[in-house]
Ligand binder design. Structure first.
Ligand code: PLP
Length: 396
């Protein structure tokens, strides 16, 4: 009889969003007329920009013509898109060979699939609070996880420390859920630490487009010697509203190897075995993101979300509540007022002002006592939520 992968039994119930849905649905059953202000959403709400829509339409028309029709695409990505991405990095001072860029269907897929590159006996360091997929993908693979808690004392940006010498090190900057960002010096210390110990950093740059401080690197490859210790996983989901369209890219330098094995070559082998590439139409849409017009348009959308962040930051500044994020990320991570627990604060906001956010405890136990607000809601809902939060907490 076949033995299933028993590591699935080690997964903890992903209760966070399920539990949020249960509580909000129960509230709505009792108060059917209520319109909830959903400030917990991790999905974008603005549509794809004009340049992308035009490119998608043109690509659909290509598929209708014998001369312009495209069948299978190269497994590692269309040359036109790899070139556009390499050019995008070059503008930031990072020189990549196009063959170091792999087009993907998004960061989630890559965060799971990339683990194929490492022996199952390798362990993984996860800084918490963390995006839940990091833990779950490693549990499924049966890997040992080293949890590194972070907190207000280090701005949720821990330094490398004894005990953190894992084989794999997950870094996410700008961070989900905390919105915290590593500056150049902090990130360089992680790069040097990884190089010293032979670790590989999996750098999740899904939110890099939200960075506005010049001192904050968008890519780990802006740091010295990162090409010998890092893989970067990127996504157009939040950058350009591709959450439902699906497109991302992963950078694996040719200089990255261990024990005579090149991770770049291994990933080519992996992709050519396990995928048949991303659709031509979607890659055409993706290439439009990197055009001058596309860049201008996606930043209009990002500015809209940043306007929402501004409203929330102003509210918490006014209330004197500690938070991080908001400036370089689409999330604000606040300390729950009056010593409330994460779920206690969730219930309080839901019952008193019909605002829904995300309890920090759902991202790891050190998130207890904190709460995440997203800036992806509409301006109207965000402004109203900020007003209600101020009114409620001013009198609390
Ligand atoms: N990484 C982080 C930190 C995220 O927050 C998300 C999505 O919310 C992803 C990766 C997944 O992105 P994608 O939509 O490209 O799968």
């Amino acid at each position: 009889m076949i033995t299933p992968n028993m590591h699935y039994a080690d997964l903890e119930d992903s209760y966070l969003f399920y539990h949020i849905a249960q509580k909000t649905n129960a509230y709505l059953r009792e108060h059917p007329q209520t319109r909830l202000l959903r400030m917990g959403i991790g999905d974008v709400t603005l549509p794809l920009c004009g340049a992308v829509i035009r490119a998608l339409h043109e690509a659909v028309d290509d598929q209708a013509e014998k001369e312009r029709f495209h069948g299978y695409m190269p497994e590692c990505g269309a040359p036109f898109l790899r070139k556009a991405i390499a050019e995008h990095y070059r503008k930031r001072g990072v020189n990549l060979d196009e063959e170091e860029i792999f087009v993907s269907s998004g960061a989630s897929d890559e965060l799971g699939d990339i683990l194929d590159l490492f022996d199952r006996s390798s362990n993984a360091l996860i800084i918490e609070p963390a995006y839940p997929a990091y833990v779950d993908a490693n549990v499924i693979a049966g890997r040992k996880i080293i949890h590194l808690p972070s907190g207000e004392e280090n701005g949720f940006l821990p330094e490398p420390s004894p005990g953190a010498e894992a084989d794999l090190i997950y870094l996410c900057s700008p961070n989900n859920p905390t919105g915290a960002v590593f500056n150049r010096a902090q990130l360089q210390r992680w790069v040097d630490f990884a190089n010293r110990n032979g670790s590989i950093i999996l750098f999740d740059a899904a939110y890099e487009a939200f960075i506005e401080d010049d001192t904050v690197p968008h890519s780990i490859f802006e740091l010295e010697r990162a090409e010998t210790c890092a893989i970067e996983i990127c996504s157009l989901s939040k950058t350009a509203g591709f959450t439902g369209t699906r497109l991302g890219y992963t950078v694996i330098p040719k200089a990255l190897s261990r024990q005579g094995m090149s991770f770049n070559e291994m990933w080519i082998r992996n992709r050519t075995t396990k995928t048949n590439g991303v659709s031509y139409i979607i890659q055409k849409g993706g290439a439009a993101v990197f055009s001058e017009e596309g860049q201008r348009q996606i930043f209009e959308n990002i500015r809209y979300y940043k306007g929402n962040a501004e409203l929330l930051m102003r509210a918490f500044d006014h209330l004197g509540i500690w938070y991080c994020g908001g400036r370089n990320a689409p999330y604000l991570w606040i300390r729950c007022p009056n010593g409330m627990g994460s779920w206690e604060f969730f219930d309080y906001l839901l019952n008193e002002i019909q605002v829904v956010g995300t309890p920090g405890e759902g991202f790891g136990s050190c998130g207890e006592g904190y709460f995440r607000f997203s800036t992806f809601a509409s301006r109207e809902d965000t402004a109203e939520a900020a007003r209600r939060i101020v009114r409620l907490l001013e009198k609390a």
